[in-house]
Design a protein around this ligand. Structure first.
Ligand code: ASP
Length: 349
């Protein structure tokens, strides 16, 4: 008779073990490697940045803050519409970045900054998390949407990175919109260049006296569990002409792998190239089992801070976890998840 409770206990233990095994096998219930991360994957998610830098409340007017918030919401709406209708992460990233490239408030497309030669040279990159297919363009001067050119290089060429005239001709051949370089002239960015040139004369900050990095980026997760990441920029004010930053460099400014995360960076590009920032976030997750937040924080708050690199990044993992660390006073950033969760922030918490 004593055997009965023992047997019952044994059955209970076996039952609990079976439940645990079953839930571990289901992708919906698999917990991420570590860290305080969510266990339920949202149907879709999207995260954006509009650049990091000296973004301070005291320098911001209510009107400007409202306009930037509206532009970020419009960009996120465009991406969410794609994802809601079951579209791909890549389509969502492209749709989102188009809106930001069309806005004068961000340093990409229309709002691109000027080189030391007084022209606008734009860079962009794109990567799919499913197969590590990637594309990028650097130093283009007449493409309205460099992000689409980057995606076209990824999808329609056998190359990863095209620059200058070759990139422009390729994009035009793909039917992408070509504009006169004067389209990228904005008074605000031109005045930033003048201030930078003045600063150069008095041997101060040579590159970017405004210390604002306005690059835009987006990472999306679609209902199939695919990640895509894209980044688009005018670079840094007063950069030497023909200089390329991290934004068109896969592994530096952009990276995506469904097994880990998608990343888009903004900041002092030379540092992001030297420390392979976007790839490093992926690598810490892949090799060290770090959570998304741990990996992203380590790169931005340790590696870059130790070396003097300023900036931030956005990252999204395949479970829909979001990380948006930066080591500057602010970063335009926002995210949304299926179900209505949405947030936009500018400053430090
Ligand atoms: N990372 C960009 C570059 O170095 C600049 C930025 O993020 O604003 O070109």
């Amino acid at each position: 008779m004593r055997l009965l409770p023992v047997l019952l206990n044994l059955c209970l233990v076996l039952f609990l073990y079976a439940c645990q095994e079953a839930s571990a096998a289901s992708p919906e219930a698999t917990a991420p490697a570590s860290g305080a991360s969510s266990t339920e994957r949202p149907e879709y998610a999207l995260v954006i940045h509009g650049g990091a830098g000296t973004i301070l409340k005291e320098n911001m007017t209510d009107e400007r803050a409202a306009a930037i918030t509206a532009a970020m919401n419009a960009a996120m709406d465009a991406g969410e519409q794609v994802l809601q209708q079951g579209g791909s992460a890549a389509d969502a990233v492209e749709a989102t970045i188009w809106v930001m490239e069309d806005s004068p408030y961000f340093n990409s497309g229309k709002g691109a900054v000027f080189t030391n030669a007084g022209i606008n040279e734009l860079d962009a990159s794109f990567m799919n998390g499913a197969d590590q297919n990637a594309g990028a363009v650097g130093g283009v001067t007449n493409l309205k949407h460099p992000i689409s050119a980057a995606r076209a290089v990824m999808e329609k060429s056998e190359h990863v990175l095209l620059t200058g005239k070759g990139a422009e001709e390729f994009a035009a051949g793909q039917g992408l919109e070509v504009v006169d370089p004067s389209y990228f002239y904005t008074e605000e960015r031109y005045q930033s260049l003048q201030r930078a040139l003045e600063g150069e004369k008095v041997e101060q900050e040579k590159i970017d006296v405004d210390k604002k990095h306005g690059t835009v980026g987006c990472v999306a997760l679609d209902k199939d569990g695919n990640l895509a990441a894209g980044t688009s920029t005018g670079g840094m004010t007063n950069k030497r002409y023909n200089r390329l930053g991290d934004s068109p460099i896969i592994g530096a400014g952009t990276y995506a792998d469904n097994a880990t995360c998608g990343v888009s960076c903004t900041g002092w590009g030379e540092f992001f190239i030297r420390y392979a920032v976007a790839y490093d976030v992926h690598a810490r997750m892949a090799y060290a089992g770090s959570s998304l937040q741990e990996a992203a924080d380590a790169v931005i708050h340790q590696t870059l801070v130790e070396k003097g690199g300023t900036g931030g990044l956005i990252a999204l993992d395949a479970r829909g976890n979001v990380a948006m660390p930066f080591n500057t006073p602010g970063m335009y950033r926002g995210y949304l998840k299926a179900g209505g969760e949405r947030e936009i922030r500018f400053y430090e918490e």
